[in-house]
Design a protein around this ligand. Structure first.
Ligand SMILES: Nc1ncnc2c1ncn2[C@@H]1O[C@H](COP(=O)(O)OP(=O)(O)OP(=O)(O)O)[C@@H](O)[C@H]1O
Ligand SMILES: [Mg+2]
Length: 243
């Protein structure tokens, strides 16, 4: 699927022909710029209020000033974390046992009580050869896609995970029995900020798409409305070049 339509108010539609990686990197640059601009005045506020806290003799004022310093410090941490989040760290490819990776992502995504009515079926051959990928980044993709499948099923359904391997490809299929993706949303779900969920950021699939593209792979879905989504992650078994 090649998402071209962009109805979002992100300021990115000024370049409707730009590709998804270009849009993501524009978004990253924009967010990093905003975060950076927030940090500078925060540092000024922090040092001015620290100065006031030292100067004042009034205990109440001292306490208020110290509270402001501590809250500003917290804001600073949030913004710093955000800056780290928006940067794209290089991938570190290594030979990985994908079964372990999938089991770990499942353990993260499935809550034993909250999801007790979700049946999980995994079809992963025990003798599956290792695949060369970035385990941390791939974990993030698995988690994002598993969470989407679980959230779509709203508490009950069947989650199936199939893996297959050929000479050059490794494929994971994540299948749910949720409502599927309505036709009007299908073109755009890999775009950043596209969400149909209350409180959703709409970033899970955009980030996953970027990670898989950087592996030299593809991510796509087959949708049967009313019957659920089968999401496919297809990556090369071996990396020819380091990215
Ligand atoms: N398995 C699925 N079944 C039905 N709809 C899905 C499925 N996966 C994704 N979608 C649709 O695609 C949209 C975008 O998904 P994406 O993971 O990018 O963002 P999100 O889940 O809404 O928010 P976030 O992942 O950032 O918390 C979802 O809001 C949902 O409408
Ligand atoms: Mg999601």
């Amino acid at each position: 699927m090649n998402p071209r339509k962009n109805r979002l108010d992100t300021g990115l539609e000024a370049h409707p022909s730009s590709s998804l990686p270009e849009q993501l990197s524009a978004m990253r640059a924009l967010s990093a710029g905003v975060a950076h601009e927030i940090r500078n005045p925060l540092a000024v506020i922090q040092s001015l209020v620290e100065h006031l806290a030292k100067k004042t003799e009034d205990e109440t004022q001292k306490k208020i000033a110290e509270a402001v310093v501590s809250e500003v410090g917290r804001l600073n941490e949030v913004v710093t974390e955000f800056l780290e989040f928006t940067s794209t760290p290089p991938l570190h490819f290594e030979k990985t046992v994908v079964k372990t990776l999938i089991d770990r992502a499942l353990a993260f995504a499935i809550h034993p009580e909250k999801h007790r009515d979700i049946i999980v079926k995994t079809h992963i051959p025990d003798d599956m050869p290792e695949v060369e990928l970035d385990p941390a980044a791939f974990h993030q993709v698995l988690l994002n896609t598993l969470l989407n499948a679980i959230q779509a099923m709203k508490g009950s359904g069947t989650l199936e995970i199939h893996t297959s391997i050929s000479d050059h490809h490794f494929i994971v299929q994540i299948k749910d029995t949720g409502p599927g993706i309505p036709p009007e949303n299908q073109e755009e779900i890999f775009l950043p900020f596209v969400t149909t969920k209350r409180g959703g950021a709409g970033l899970g699939l955009a980030i996953s798409h970027q990670i898989i593209t950087r592996h030299g792979g593809t991510i796509f879905f087959k949708n049967s409305e009313g019957k659920g989504v089968a999401l496919f992650i297809d990556v090369p078994r071996k990396q020819n070049r380091k990215k």
